[in-house]
Design a binder for this molecule. Structure first.
Ligand SMILES: C[S@@+](CC[C@H](N)C(=O)[O-])C[C@H]1O[C@@H](n2cnc3c(N)ncnc32)[C@H](O)[C@@H]1O
Length: 296
């Protein structure tokens, strides 16, 4: 135990309530660095995450902890851990079936009609959390392509701002109780038994998925290849409404002609893009990049 942790333990680790000025300062730091905005009603969530990490590191004072986060390389390392406590990682396999059905039944067949014979499908899972979304896409593409074009390759890049979430995603091991989230037709050859009552994503699928720590705010500047499918659900909701359009413009720039951008229903309203047209039914929020460039 370090000095700070010992003294915190001695003092009973009493962290005082957070006043409004302090709250505003932490909200600003999180928003500047990640884009995630914390409205007043979510103050308990921020305070709980912050206190949990402060207890682990032996801090009892918000101000001294804040100063530590600004302290060069040491602060950057601590920030990488803290951000995991201040972001929501809730996720599931096959979380939004209508979006996945759109990919499988409508978009993929059309895309295959237009693609050249050896063109692989490149997909991106944005805000992938602990990996379930990326592996869902891998299972979906594996099964769907296996039925119509087994020689077609695919690759998935999955990004998140939380390093601990990405470590879990890379491990690809999940409790057996989560198996029921995966429809039976997608379980064949895509998962394998693992230790400790866990199952693991099969190696041949793991090899298709690469994880990277990328902040969505900088995604359009990240060294990402041009993509055929961008899947971004339950991430934009944490960003201020006025910022969401800008982020989507950045993602749209990464999309190839005939590429599909899939968001969560209701996550953005009123956003349009000169090269993208809305597609799918009312249960989904998806945009198709037109095959020919049109003038803006
Ligand atoms: C609620 S989870 C959604 C996971 C998955 N997309 C799904 O729908 O099941 C939100 C994820 O977005 C990530 N996130 C938050 N801010 C981010 C940012 N600025 N850049 C990249 N990822 C971010 C969080 O770390 C978290 O893992």
């Amino acid at each position: 135990m370090g000095m700070a942790a010992k003294s915190a333990a001695r003092s009973g680790n009493q962290i005082p309530p957070m006043d409004d000025l302090e709250f505003a300062r932490w909200v600003r730091l999180l928003e500047t660095r990640t884009g995630v905005t914390v409205p007043p009603e979510r103050k308990p969530f921020l305070v709980t995450g912050l206190r949990r990490r402060m207890r682990q590191t032996g801090h009892t004072d918000y101000n001294s902890y804040y100063e530590e986060l600004l302290d060069g390389a040491r602060g950057a390392v601590e920030w990488a851990t803290l951000v995991d406590h201040l972001t929501v990682h809730e996720t599931r396999f096959f979380r939004h079936m209508p979006s996945l059905e759109l990919i499988r039944k409508q978009w993929l067949p059309d895309w295959l009609d237009e693609a050249s014979d050896d063109q692989p499908v490149h997909a991106l899972s944005v805000g992938c959390s602990t990996g379930e979304e990326a592996y869902t896409l891998a299972m979906l593409l594996d099964v769907a392509l296996g039925e119509v074009d087994p020689s077609r390759r695919f690759g998935i890049t999955a990004t998140d701002v939380s390093q601990p979430a990405l470590s879990q995603a890379r491990a690809a091991s999940y409790p057996l109780s989560r198996l029921e989230e995966i429809p039976a037709q997608y379980r064949v050859g895509t998962i394998e038994p693992d230790e400790d009552e866990n199952f693991r994503i099969a190696e041949r699928l793991r090899k298709r998925v690469g994880f990277a720590c990328v902040n969505l705010m900088h995604a359009s500047r990240a060294p990402l290849r041009q993509l055929d499918l961008i899947y971004c659900q339950n991430v934009l909701i944490y960003f201020a409404r006025e910022r969401r359009g800008e982020l989507l413009d950045g993602l749209a720039r990464l999309l190839r002609p005939n590429g599909l951008l899939v968001l969560g229903p209701g996550e953005v309203t009123g956003w349009t893009h000169p090269q993208l047209i809305r597609t799918g039914g009312r249960q989904v929020l998806a945009f198709l990049r037109q095959s020919k460039e049109t003038r803006a």
